[in-house]
Design a protein around this ligand. Structure first.
Ligand SMILES: NC(=O)c1ccc[n+]([C@@H]2O[C@H](COP(=O)([O-])OP(=O)(O)OC[C@H]3O[C@@H](n4cnc5c(N)ncnc54)[C@H](OP(=O)(O)O)[C@@H]3O)[C@@H](O)[C@H]2O)c1
Length: 322
């Protein structure tokens, strides 16, 4: 048996219940993980609320860190006692112990603590693919990153500025603007009182930006398109404010724009794909990228964590502790 957060129906934070559930032994190719930390991510809210429907009852969560407790037949890439982390796969990281496919595990470098790993794996790998694959940024460019003080946002601000990229970041409060600036955001725009499209026009002297990284969705999507330079790329990678509106393909025509809806699941679909973006992330951390763990909750109190994340109270990364 193990203790897990389980949902029996989709809904608000209170649908999450702390329950004992049975735990099987690992089958061929699987490991049993004794988890220590769990990453809190916006996708957990989509899973809990039903934006991404699950077969119920189910646990939720896509990022965990811990120690390999036992292994099934045929597992060769890890051994009992190894410290590992994982992202994506079958939802269910909100648990003390779980089974997981061995070939999707990420071995943790020694310089990363369990807390740091849970705070950075999913969000950092997302930034890694967004800036190295979705749109390959170059020194000297100016880019727009929405929700710059969020979990993905603070990692992105730092990483981009370290690459010599000028970052325009949107935030909803002055405190968040300070946070984003402290992590390398060059121009903060408070989009709760300023029109971010006008600010981008001013900052770029009417040229627009070559890429907008938009994890906010409904509230920003149309403005994001306006901010792009000719041939610009809108990377619509999330929907914290709701799903973006349906787009007419002709809306891209005026400036020959590109629109993409990338997901970490595709970018970690094979070991090779995962390793490539993980190595870039680990190198960036070795070179000084810091991991802002701004909130810690007990896994049992996941409801409180969800309330804070969805009501925009958090900045940087939050972790759930076991
Ligand atoms: N596609 C992928 O591969 C992938 C992977 C990871 C994350 N994501 C997406 O990236 C985004 C950021 O994820 P995260 O886990 O790091 O979360 P987060 O940025 O820490 O939290 C979401 C932020 O979005 C902003 N926001 C704007 N409107 C909102 C609204 N109506 N309700 C709630 N928040 C709102 C808030 O910042 P302000 O208050 O400053 O506006 C809030 O802090 C999410 O959309 C997530 O789904 C996508």
């Amino acid at each position: 048996m193990t203790n897990s957060i389980i949902i029996h129906k989709h809904g608000g934070p209170d649908v999450m219940k702390w329950e004992q559930i049975p735990l099987k032994s690992p089958e061929r190719g699987e490991v049993l993980i004794n988890q220590t930390k769990v990453g809190l991510n916006f996708i957990d809210i989509y899973q809990r609320s039903g934006v991404y429907p699950l077969d119920l009852p189910s646990s939720i969560g896509m990022e965990g860190v811990g120690v390999v407790e036992s292994i099934g037949d045929g597992v060769e890439n890890v051994k009992v006692g190894d410290r590992i982390g994982y992202v994506m796969g079958t939802p269910g990281s909100y648990t003390e112990s779980r089974l997981y496919p061995a070939d999707r595990l990420i071995k943790l470098p020694e310089f990363l603590s369990d807390s740091q790993a849970a705070a950075v794996l999913l969000k950092g790998l997302t930034v890694s693919y967004l800036i190295n694959r979705t749109f390959v940024v170059k020194k000297g460019q100016t880019v727009l990153f929405h929700a710059a003080a969020g979990g993905v946002g603070l990692i992105a601000c730092q990483w981009l500025s370290r690459l010599g990229v000028e970052v325009i970041g949107t935030v909803s409060t002055d405190e968040k603007a300070e946070k984003a600036s402290a992590y390398g955001c060059h121009h903060t725009v408070n989009y709760s009182r300023e029109d971010f499209t006008k600010k981008v026009e001013e900052i770029t002297e009417g040229k627009g930006v070559p890429v907008v990284y938009d994890g906010v969705g409904a509230d920003t999507f149309e403005g994001s398109l306006k901010c792009l330079a000719p041939f610009g790329v809108l990377a619509s990678f999330g929907a914290a404010s709701g799903a973006p509106p349906v787009l007419k393909i002709g809306d891209l025509a005026k400036k020959s724009l590109y629109l993409t809806r990338p997901v970490l699941g595709s970018h970690t679909a094979t070991n090779k794909l995962t390793e490539e973006i993980a190595n870039l992330l680990f190198d960036a951390i070795k070179n000084g990228l810091s991991i802002p763990i701004n909130h810690r909750y007990s896994l049992k109190d996941a409801a409180e964590a969800h309330r804070d994340l969805q009501s925009r109270k958090t900045t940087g990364s939050a972790i759930l502790e076991i």
